[in-house]
Design a protein around this ligand. Structure first.
Ligand SMILES: [Zn+2]
Length: 385
């Protein structure tokens, strides 16, 4: 009897060890013990934080101890491990924006402080929560699913704009009945043939130029303007506008007068021309806009509306990007303005001749800010009319 009992106990022990190994492999993270920085997750509820360098130095040792302890615990308490594993599958579905409540919070590959760190995020970072399982939440960060302790999350404050954004994403925008024409300035190849600077004028000017390019990035103005214009189109459509795009590719041949005529005929009530600036001096930076003077012989009657549109767009872009506000410049030398029969604004987003501004404008996130700013300016223009 005793022998058989011992044998049975040995079998059971071996079985438990095998199961523990299988289950720890199933959690998908047990092997990924990285040399990680000590963060909120580890310090919360324990001793106060010390200087970061000390934390890092003390870490690998602590980790090694933690791993050993975890392994022992796994073998000692199989049922506890099992319940931990069910947790990573037992998420209630959520679809809500949450914010990180403290600095240096770990986002992990799976549930468990032993799991690999995907990223560390600071207080105020917004995330989409897709699942909730008590201690842990499943979130999406930069397109990647990861896990974070629920105690470090708070519900994001629903500002009006965010709430509207969430609504817009959930259902198609309701038309606001307004049409906006957008011209992404320039094109891949300029056209040096001449056209009258305004209707009936004998003053001639090249039809269209290829534009400037980034002094630091080498990015072509025509590429930048199209990229921002497409973002602006998306944002405006989300807000209920109908958008007429003068061009949607770089390989076109449309003169500045023709662009204005397309806008005139489109039914649009305003025409926004997206450009970037360039000057000799690399030190000059900031956003400005252009419209006609009140004495423009072709469309001076549109000056007040064009000026208002230009001012509101410039102010809103600068509010969104922090770029210096260089105001509205009035000029009657632009064919693309002179041929307009609707209020028009050339927005010069920033200076591609300024290395810093060139770098910023080449970034997707700045382009979003600029496009959002232009859209806010258009909103403000219509709100004031
Ligand atoms: Zn330009």
């Amino acid at each position: 009897m005793e022998r058989r009992f011992r044998f049975a106990r040995t079998v059971l022990c071996v079985w438990l060890l095998v199961m523990a190994a299988v289950l720890s492999a199933l959690t998908g993270c047990a092997g990924k013990y990285e040399t990680m920085q000590l963060t909120r997750e580890e310090t919360a509820g324990s001793e106060p934080e010390t200087a970061a360098s000390e934390e890092t130095a003390a870490l690998s040792l602590e980790d090694a101890d933690g791993i050993r302890a975890a392994e022992q615990a796994a073998v000692a308490d199989l049922s506890a491990l099992e319940s931990d594993v069910t947790t990573s599958n037992g998420f209630e579905d959520r679809n809500e924006t949450v914010q990180i409540a403290e600095d240096r919070v770990n986002l992990r590959e799976d549930c468990g402080t032993q799991c690999g760190i995907v990223a560390q995020v600071d207080q105020g970072t917004s995330l989409q929560r897709t699942g909730y399982a008590g201690e842990w939440s499943r979130v999406v960060y930069e397109g990647r699913t990861c896990y974070v302790k629920s105690e470090f999350l708070t519900e994001a404050p629903q500002s009006g704009e965010e709430a509207a954004g969430a609504d817009a994403a959930a259902r198609p925008a309701v038309s606001n009945g307004r049409i906006v024409a957008i011209d992404a300035g320039h094109q891949a190849k300029g056209n040096s043939e001449k056209e009258p600077i305004g209707p009936g004028s004998s003053t001639m000017k090249a039809k269209v130029a290829s534009g400037t390019q980034g002094v630091s990035t080498g990015l072509a103005e025509y590429e930048l303007t199209l990229s921002v214009s497409k973002k602006l189109q998306r944002i405006l459509e989300e807000r209920g506008y109908e958008v007429v795009m003068i061009r949607e590719s770089n390989d076109v041949n449309i003169s500045n007068a023709e662009r204005a005529e397309i806008a005139n005929e489109s039914g649009a009530s305003v025409f926004v021309r997206v450009h970037a600036n360039s000057v000799e001096s690399a030190g000059v930076s900031g956003t400005l806009s252009m419209c006609q003077t009140s004495s423009n012989p072709y469309n001076g009657d549109l000056h007040a509306q064009s000026y208002s549109l230009s001012q509101k767009i410039t102010d809103a872009v600068c509010a969104a990007t922090g770029f210096q506000n260089r105001g509205v410049q009035e000029t009657d030398t632009m064919s693309g303005i002179n041929w307009c029969r609707i209020p028009v604004c050339i927005i010069e987003m920033g200076f591609m001749s300024n290395p810093e501004e060139d770098q910023k404008m080449a970034q997707d996130e700045y382009q979003e800010l600029i496009a959002g700013g232009i859209a806010n300016g258009i909103d403000a223009y219509f709100a004031g009319n």
